[in-house]
Design a binder for this molecule. Structure first.
Ligand SMILES: *Cc1c(COP(=O)(O)O)cnc(C)c1O
Length: 409
């Protein structure tokens, strides 16, 4: 027999998963085993749906959670894309790159898919590659949207691979101008940034994940939201998926024929544990307020990236939950070794997952002075262990100066 599995506690200072609040874990472990049609489970799902509309900032009726991780929600989001559909996908890092692959699999013709099943070259999909470390901006979006006039357009809101924030206003406006249906990967932005999706009418579908800004890892729900325009397209063309069909999925969340109904109907088995945990995570997000939480991310990211700069690192990201950087010159090229060194001490930072190799340090649900100081101390100690040279006094001075600036703002 194997030993009982023990998994250590780490300081989860990466791009995700983020740290789950003890209140969420308590709700997870305290839930009784009610089945997925028990009135309290169905009520919990309905309340989650209402809270999700607040969290997304939307009146979209089709707003709910897809069981699983970010890719589960994204899979539901692109379920209406059909073989041969014209798509423009903007890619500026690992995750939008995988999204583009997912879109190529959907839009490929049968012949194109059979020719290269795991990486089809779909002629109807234009992938616009923006270099790693840069954001997708309004000019690039407009240029390619005007040129290709696609049925669907895709972009990641926050590209977690390179830590860049992309221009969601420019994207929405271009979609409206050229009559495209906008699809957005909001896996890293929901619960981190301060935005309301109803302000971006060119975007018809959004998908996020449980374990980043929502801080609900105990594998729960990927939040998704679809406008009526998306649902109309889906109604007209159908989708070759049952589990991830947004219209069918919505039924268990008590959304039937485009309206809220009293009680959900069976679509798949939902876990009472997951529903209870997700419900508490959403309550926490709304108690704190999306704008307040976003302001905290912004404040603590400034302090963290300022400290890293004072240690001689070159920060290339502009996300507020994640810092992506190159090590000081004398350690350049040893980024992977540095990350492995930190991870072996249960300091869970990450490298980039595609070239170039950079270091990624995140602060998901680590929004306190103590947590940020701990990350700075651990990072600095590891730098020194590998031969980094910086003056601790200068770093502390810089941190104090930054804290004063931030307090003054
Ligand atoms: C994390 C991430 C994903 C993948 O989410 P999973 O929960 O691992 O399935 C997709 N897109 C972006 C932008 C991400 O940050």
């Amino acid at each position: 027999m194997f030993e009982k599995l023990t998994i250590p506690n780490t300081l989860a200072a990466g791009p995700g998963p983020g740290n789950t609040d003890p209140r969420v874990l308590e709700q997870f472990s305290k839930a009784g085993l009610a089945d997925h049609m028990h009135p309290d489970v169905l009520r919990g799902m309905k309340e989650c749906k209402f809270m999700l509309r607040e969290v997304w900032g939307t009146k979209n009726m089709h707003t709910f959670g897809v069981a699983g991780t970010g890719w589960s929600g994204l899979d539901a989001m692109i379920s209406a894309v059909k073989p041969g559909d014209k798509v423009v996908a903007f890619v500026n890092g690992t995750f939008s790159g995988i999204d583009a692959l997912s879109l190529r699999m959907k839009a490929a013709t049968e012949e194109e898919l059979a020719a290269n099943p795991l990486d089809p070259n779909a002629k109807s999909v234009e992938v616009i590659n923006v270099p790693h470390g840069q954001s997708v901006d309004g000019d690039i979006i407009e240029k390619y949207m005007a040129e290709h006039k696609p049925k669907w357009a895709f972009m990641a809101h926050y590209e977690t691979g390179s830590g860049r924030v992309n221009d969601i206003s420019g994207f929405s406006e271009s979609c409206e101008r050229h009559g495209a249906l906008g699809l957005v990967d909001a896996v890293s932005s929901l619960g981190v940034g301060d935005f309301r999706i109803d302000d971006y009418p060119g975007v018809v579908a959004w998908a996020s994940c449980p374990q980043k800004g929502i801080s609900c890892l105990p594998l729960t729900y990927a939040p998704v939201s679809f406008s009526d325009r998306y649902i109309d397209v889906l109604k007209a063309t159908g989708a070759r998926t049952l589990a991830h069909n947004p219209i069918l999925e919505a039924r268990h969340w008590a959304i039937i024929d485009g309206a809220d109904v009293d009680k959900g109907t069976y679509h798949r088995t939902h876990s009472a544990y997951a529903v209870a945990a997700f419900h508490e995570a959403l309550r926490l997000a709304l108690e704190e307020g999306i704008s307040n939480r976003a302001a905290k991310y912004s404040k603590f990211e400034k302090a963290l990236s300022g400290a890293f700069r004072a240690m001689g690192c070159d920060v290339t990201s502009d996300m507020t939950s994640l810092v992506v950087l190159n090590l000081p010159e004398n350690l350049s090229g040893r980024e992977m070794e540095f990350v492995q060194h930190c991870r072996s001490q249960n300091f869970g930072i990450w490298p980039t997952l595609s070239e170039p190799v950079q270091v990624r340090v995140g602060i998901l649900n680590l929004l306190s002075d103590e947590a940020i100081s701990e990350i700075i101390d651990k990072f600095g100690a590891a730098l020194k262990e590998l031969g980094g040279q910086f003056d601790d006094k200068l770093v502390s001075l810089e941190i104090n100066k930054l804290s004063e600036q931030i307090a003054a703002e």
